[in-house]
Design a protein around this ligand. Structure first.
Ligand code: SF4
Ligand code: F3S
Length: 374
């Protein structure tokens, strides 16, 4: 039964019973439009596309080397229940975690769905793929994850690597990487199969939902960066929008867990925060609909979503600071060198001195010049 009389909405009472009202659904679609850098007015367009049953994309969800934390984070989100919403938006034809059937029955259904939806389904990969010794370290139904991925991906419309293990190798690839854990994009390199990376440990469910909503609405993938991540989610460093940033700029740091600076909410850089080299929207989007994220609980970001940082760099080593000062073009004096311009230059200079004065070794500012255009 439909939830309202709108001719543009197929959202059902069943969905509401599942925990998502039409009002909440509209709010999510409008919020997703904003996350994706679109106008809020795209909300109804996204809602209409997402609720047209004929357009529900089939999804095959494969698991490699993973802890299932990515699926858990997706299903445990709240207000509105993103899990319910997502399962209403897509046709989840196969998921080793969520299948109700098992064994031969589930495998047969997967093969049937792939056959019927070749070129149309989205393949979601959770977990890394071991390649050492022929991939024997991860098997499902007697076949290696490597074999299943290579067979399934060419038939998909697009592949989404969900979580840092699928995107970069994650925990299983930590040194000495005994199983040869490999990211999905590397296995598919050169095949021309479109791959989207949504890294994180876990990734923010809204980044996944927004990517799916974009695909359903515009029939194409969102714009990606050079690491195949949606730009709307991974276009900025965490450090750029962190609430502790004024303390960084002023040189106020926690030196130890529990010291006065830590208790006062000072910057966590010296405790190993990797926010200055990690691209993600954790500091703006936050988690679990209660506005929390690692840094506001007092823990440094450990760069869980950044290739070569999370699970690779030592936890408490200082991060490489990609920007110390604003790019020069933002602070160069305007044509009329008035009082205000001097004051601005002095203020910016002061902030830069504050940050530079506390710089730890050569990590600070190494890439300033390279990154000015960003
Ligand atoms: Fe925030 Fe970490 Fe940057 Fe400090 S170093 S401002 S805690 S992101
Ligand atoms: Fe991960 Fe850092 Fe965000 S640890 S969850 S990328 S704040």
């Amino acid at each position: 039964m439909k939830c309202c009389d709108s001719t543009h909405c197929d959202f059902t009472q069943e969905s509401i019973a599942g925990g998502v009202s039409r009002r909440d659904f509209m709010k999510v679609c409008s919020a997703a439009a904003v996350y994706m850098g679109l106008s809020e007015s795209f909300g109804p367009t996204i809602a209409e596309a997402a609720t047209t049953a004929a357009r529900r994309p089939p999804v095959i969800w494969l698991s490699g080397q993973e802890c299932t934390g990515c699926t858990e984070s997706l299903l445990r989100a709240s207000h509105p229940s993103i899990g319910t919403l997502l399962l209403d938006l897509i046709s989840l034809d196969y998921s080793e975690t969520l299948n109700t059937g098992a064994g031969h029955q589930a495998e047969e259904f997967r093969a049937k769905s792939i056959e019927e939806n070749t070129g149309k389904f989205i393949l979601v990969c959770e977990g890394s793929i071991p390649v050492k010794d022929g991939g024997i370290y991860c098997k499902v139904a007697g076949r290696t994850a490597l074999e299943i991925l290579k067979e399934t991906a060419p038939k998909a419309a697009a592949v989404i690597s969900f979580g840092s293990c699928a995107a970069w190798g994650g925990v299983p690839s930590a040194d000495p990487n005994p199983t040869g854990a490999t990211p999905v994009y590397k296995i598919l390199e050169g095949t021309g199969i479109p791959v989207v990376n949504i890294p994180g440990c876990p990734p923010n469910p809204y980044n996944f939902l927004s990517t799916v909503l974009y695909y359903v609405t515009f029939k194409k993938l969102p714009e990606l960066d050079d690491k195949l991540r949606p730009k709307f989610a991974y276009g900025r460093l965490i450090h750029e929008n962190c609430e502790r940033r004024p303390h960084f700029d002023a040189g106020r740091f926690a030196e130890k867990f529990g010291d006065e600076g830590h208790r006062k909410g000072y910057c966590l850089y010296k405790l190993g925060c990797k926010g200055p080299e990690t691209y993600n929207n954790c500091s703006t989007l936050r988690f679990n609909d209660v506005g929390t994220w690692p840094v506001n609980t007092g823990h440094p970001c450990f760069g869980c979503s950044e290739e070569g940082v999370g699970f690779k760099a030592p936890l408490h080593s200082p991060a490489e600071v990609l920007y110390v000062t604003p790019p020069a073009e933002f602070v160069s004096a305007p044509p009329e060198k008035g009082k205000g311009a001097s004051a601005l230059a002095a203020a910016v200079g002061g902030a830069a001195v504050g940050a530079a004065a506390v710089a730890v070794g050569s990590n600070l500012g190494k890439k300033d010049q390279d990154n000015k255009e960003n």
